[in-house]
Write a protein that binds this ligand. Structure first.
Ligand SMILES: [Zn+2]
Length: 253
């Protein structure tokens, strides 16, 4: 049954996305947590994660815990965990189920704790909006959703097939280029939660501006890595600035 399901899932990989599929998620929250555990193991095989005894690793772990508590996310479906990746590239990513990965290069690049927190909240936004599994749904295509629905397969076999494909797709997940809508949703999550976390939203705008300025001056590969997974930076900065404008601030009070 397992191999049959994997083949069914693989069949869908070549199906291109359509707008209807973009709004569908074939994975349950339960699937997502289990896929997350599977993918986390694969991430550990693919990139080097700093040990918890590393002072910066325990720093992002403790600051992440504060952010989760202040944003009221302690008792939701996901178990968030914050990991320091040994990479000089300025980047971060999230996997389904709550694993957040911050590159050492991003820690070096951010000028303030608030800037780092804004990126953490952005990644939490990707998890909360389930962008990883939505993107996987798009990649798998409608065929496999129909196959999974039509096949009266037991829960365990379904999960094994899904997890196997998830593992194969880890490289895409870790370098996931989300849709423009997904990036806007994750940014909106920052706009809605930055103050709850005890930080100023201006810090998020400052971080975006810093990246844009560095790239305009011929940014290094470390900086340009960010742009390969986070397009439309100027458009995104404009939206954040709009949320920061005095009129909008007054309206949201
Ligand atoms: Zn993003």
């Amino acid at each position: 049954m397992r191999s049959h399901l994997i083949i069914v899932l693989m069949c869908g990989l070549t199906i291109s996305s359509c707008s209807a599929i973009g709004r569908i998620n074939m994975f349950s929250v339960d699937d997502e947590r289990r896929i997350g555990r599977e993918v986390a193991q694969e991430v550990r095989r693919t990139v080097q994660i700093a040990s918890y005894s590393d002072s910066l690793s325990s720093y992002i772990d403790s600051i992440g815990a504060v952010v989760i508590r202040r944003c009221g996310l302690l008792s939701n479906h996901y178990r968030f965990n914050f990991n320091l990746v040994e990479s000089e590239a300025v980047n971060a990513f999230a996997i389904p189920g709550g694993g957040i990965y911050i590159n050492r290069g991003l820690l070096d690049f951010a000028e303030t704790e608030g800037q780092l927190v804004s990126i953490m909240i952005h990644e939490i936004g990707h998890v909360m909006h389930r962008h990883g599994t939505r993107a996987m749904t798009r990649a798998f295509g409608l065929n496999c959703m129909i196959s999974i629905g039509a096949d009266k397969i037991d829960k365990e076999s379904r999960y094994q097939g899904v997890a196997a494909v998830a593992t194969m797709l880890t490289s895409q997940l870790t370098m996931m280029r989300y849709s423009r809508d997904a990036e806007h949703q994750a940014d909106k999550f920052v706009i809605d939660n930055m103050e709850k976390a005890g930080f100023d939203l201006q810090e998020f705008a400052d971080f975006m501006k810093l990246l844009i300025d560095k790239s305009a001056k011929g940014g290094s590969n470390k900086v340009m890595n960010w742009f390969s997974t986070h397009p439309k930076m100027k458009e995104r900065l404009n939206r954040i600035n709009k949320a920061l404008s005095p009129t909008n601030k007054a309206l949201s009070m």
